[in-house]
Design a protein. Structure first.
Length: 536
C-alpha cells in the first residue's frame, strides 16, 4: 500500500485565493485518526478524518532546504495520549478547514499504562504552487531532533564544559544556560517534605513505614507531635530496620499517625504543585488508598475485558458494548480482542472480530470437563430440549366383547346324609259307612237243603258252589292332622376338588388414547428481559 498526502479541494482553492490575493495561509492545527479500524483512501472531497483520535497545535511548519515548494507540518503526540492505531493524518488552516489529508503506516500509539514513555512525532509533507503563500510556524516549547543527529552533534563536553572532580553543577541564576560548577560544601540543598498517614490498630506499638524512613522523621499521633525517646509519649527507631519504629504506648483503634520526612523548622508549604494535577505524588498507590479510589488498571482488573453483565436499560454504558454478535474493530477494542479472540466469530478475518450474541438467550455455565454438560466448547450454542417426563392419559371406551367358558368334568363324589329324630306324633283315622251289598247263588236244592231264599245253601254231591263276584267297593279313610314338624338333616363332607375353566378367545381390539397438550412455543422458566453487555 502506498502512503500519500493530497490537497483537498478546499486546500487547492485556498492556495489559489491566497496566491491571487497575496494573503498567506496559516496552518496552526493537525490531527491523527485510526480510520475506524481500517486502512483509509483519502479523497479531494474529504473535509474530516474517518475517525479522529487526537488534534493539537502543530509543533512547526518548515520549508525543505532543497525544494522551496515542499513544506513539512509536524505534530507531537504526547506520551499520555494513546490507545489507538494511527492510520490517517490531516492539516487544518486557521479557519478549521482541512488543507491536506494523508495516510500513515499502521502505528499503534500506546498509553502510559501500556508502557509508553516518550512522545511520538508525526510529519506530513506537501507541495505548494507558490512558497510565499505558506506561513512558517515553530512551537518554541518543543524541539525535535533525530537520534542520529543527537548522537553525532550533541556531546556532554559541548553542553557542560569545565568542572573538576568532586564539583557539582548548579544554577547561577534563573536564566537559561546560566550554570556554575560548585563545591559540595557551598551548595544549599532544598528538599521537599515526604509524608505518610496510617491508622493504628488496637494495642499496636510497632509501625512499619511505606514511604518515609526513620532518618529525620517527625511523628504525629492524633495531631500531637511525639518526641524521640523511651518515654510512654515518645517513639524510638528500630535499631536494624530504617523503615520501622516503636511507640512508647499503644493507642485506641483507628487513631491516625502521621509521619513526615524533611519537615522544615517552620511551616511547610504544600509539597504538591496544583498545576501538576497530582502527577508529582511520590507514592501514587498510597495516595489512592488514602483517597479510597482505584487506578485505571485496578478498575480494569476488577472489571476485566470480556466480563458479561446485564443492565436494566436499553443502551450500553460507557466502557461496555451490547452483546449482539456485531463485528467490531480489533484495534479499537484491543483488550477485548485479546480476551475473547475469535471465539464468537472472526469478523472479516483481518480488521474485525465478533462479539457474542446473547440476545434472547439463557446463559449456562461452561462444563469445563465436569461431565454434566459434556462435549461443549466455550461459546458454543445449544438448542432447546425437553427432559424426559410422564404424561397422564385417558382411553375411550371400545372393544366391548363376550368370552365363552367351559369346565371339564371333575370332582364327582357322594355325600352321606342323616336326619335327626323329631316330630314323634299319632294320627287318628276313621272310615265312612258304605259298601253294604248282597251276593246271588245259583243251584238245585238237595238233601237237607233248605228252602230256597236268601242266605240259602245249594248243596251238590260232594262239592260246594261259588257265588259270582259282586259288591267290589272301597272305603274313604280320613286321617286327622297331628301338627307341623321339622327334621334336621346332616350332610357329610364329600372332599375338596377343582374344575379346569377354558375361556375361548373373543378377538383382538384397540383403544384410542388421548394425551392432553400443555405448554407454549418453548420451554423456559419465569424471567425478566434485560440488556446483556460485554466489557471492552
Amino acid at each position: 500500500m502506498l502512503f500519500k498526502t493530497i490537497h483537498t479541494f478546499y486546500g487547492l482553492t485556498a492556495m489559489a485565493e491566497a496566491e491571487s490575493a497575496g494573503a498567506p495561509i496559516n496552518l496552526p492545527t493537525m490531527a491523527v485518526g485510526d480510520g475506524n479500524g481500517n486502512p483509509t483512501d483519502p479523497q479531494e472531497t474529504d473535509t474530516q478524518l474517518v475517525r479522529e483520535r487526537y488534534r493539537a497545535a502543530v509543533n512547526r511548519v518548515y520549508q525543505s532546504p532543497t525544494d522551496p515548494k515542499r513544506f513539512t507540518a509536524e505534530l507531537v503526540v504526547p506520551a499520555d495520549i494513546g490507545g489507538f492505531t494511527m492510520r490517517e493524518v490531516a492539516v487544518f488552516d486557521s479557519h478549521g478547514s482541512m488543507f491536506v489529508v494523508g495516510t500513515l503506516p499502521d502505528t499503534y500509539k500506546p498509553t502510559l499504562d501500556e508502557g509508553a514513555f516518550s512522545d511520538v512525532v508525526v510529519r506530513v509533507d506537501f507541495l505548494v504552487s507558490n512558497a510565499q503563500i505558506i506561513t512558517l510556524q515553530v512551537d518554541p516549547a518543543i524541539a525535535v531532533a533525530s537520534q542520529q543527529w543527537v548522537l553525532s552533534n550533541v556531546k556532554a563536553a559541548q553542553i557542560i564544559p569545565g568542572g573538576t572532580v568532586t564539583q557539582f553543577l548548579g544554577k547561577a541564576s534563573n536564566a537559561d544556560g546560566d550554570y556554575q560548577w560548585k563545591e559540595m560544601d557551598a551548595i544549599n540543598v532544598t528538599v521537599d517534605t515526604v509524608a505518610e498517614k496510617q491508622l493504628l490498630a488496637a494495642n499496636q506499638t510497632t509501625v512499619d513505614l511505606t514511604v518515609t524512613t526513620t532518618y529525620g522523621l517527625a511523628v504525629y499521633v492524633a495531631g500531637l507531635r511525639l518526641d524521640k525517646g523511651t518515654g510512654a509519649d515518645e517513639w524510638q527507631p528500630d535499631a536494624n530496620i530504617p523503615t520501622r519504629l516503636k511507640l512508647g504506648k499503644s493507642y485506641a483503634a483507628n487513631t491516625r499517625i502521621t509521619l513526615v520526612n524533611n519537615e522544615p523548622a517552620g511551616s511547610a508549604p504544600a509539597p504538591l504543585e496544583r498545576g501538576n494535577n497530582l502527577a508529582d505524588v511520590i507514592d501514587k498507590a498510597a495516595g489512592r488508598t488514602n483517597l479510597d479510589v482505584f487506578s485505571k488498571s485496578e478498575t480494569r482488573t476488577m472489571a476485566p475485558a470480556g466480563l458479561v453483565a446485564t443492565f436494566a436499560r436499553s443502551t450500553a454504558p460507557t466502557g461496555w458494548l451490547k452483546a449482539n454478535g456485531a463485528a467490531v474493530s480489533r484495534t479499537a477494542y484491543a483488550d477485548l480482542f485479546a480476551a475473547i479472540g475469535t471465539t464468537h466469530g472472526a469478523g472479516d478475518g483481518f480488521n474485525t472480530f465478533n462479539l457474542p450474541d446473547l440476545r434472547g438467550e439463557f446463559i449456562r455455565g461452561w462444563d469445563d470437563s465436569r461431565g454434566v454438560d459434556g462435549d461443549r466448547v466455550l461459546g458454543s450454542w445449544q438448542s432447546g430440549a425437553m427432559e424426559s417426563h410422564i404424561h397422564s392419559a385417558t382411553t375411550a371406551d371400545a372393544g366391548g366383547h363376550v368370552h365363552t367358558g367351559t369346565t371339564n368334568s371333575a370332582g364327582a363324589h357322594n355325600h352321606a346324609a342323616s336326619t335327626a329324630t323329631a316330630g314323634n306324633h299319632a294320627h287318628g283315622a276313621w272310615t265312612d259307612a258304605q259298601g253294604q251289598h248282597t251276593h246271588a247263588a245259583l243251584g238245585s236244592p238237595g238233601v237237607g237243603q233248605g228252602a230256597a231264599g236268601p242266605n240259602s245253601v245249594m248243596q251238590a254231591l260232594g262239592s260246594t258252589n261259588t257265588t259270582s263276584a259282586a259288591g267290589l267297593h272301597s272305603h274313604n279313610v280320613g286321617v286327622a292332622s297331628a301338627g307341623d314338624h321339622t327334621h334336621g338333616v346332616s350332610v357329610g363332607s364329600g372332599g375338596e376338588h377343582s374344575h379346569n375353566l377354558s375361556i375361548a378367545s373373543a378377538g383382538t381390539h384397540s383403544h384410542s388414547i388421548t394425551i392432553s397438550s400443555a405448554g407454549g412455543l418453548e420451554t423456559r422458566p419465569r424471567n425478566v428481559a434485560l440488556l446483556v453487555c460485554i466489557k471492552y
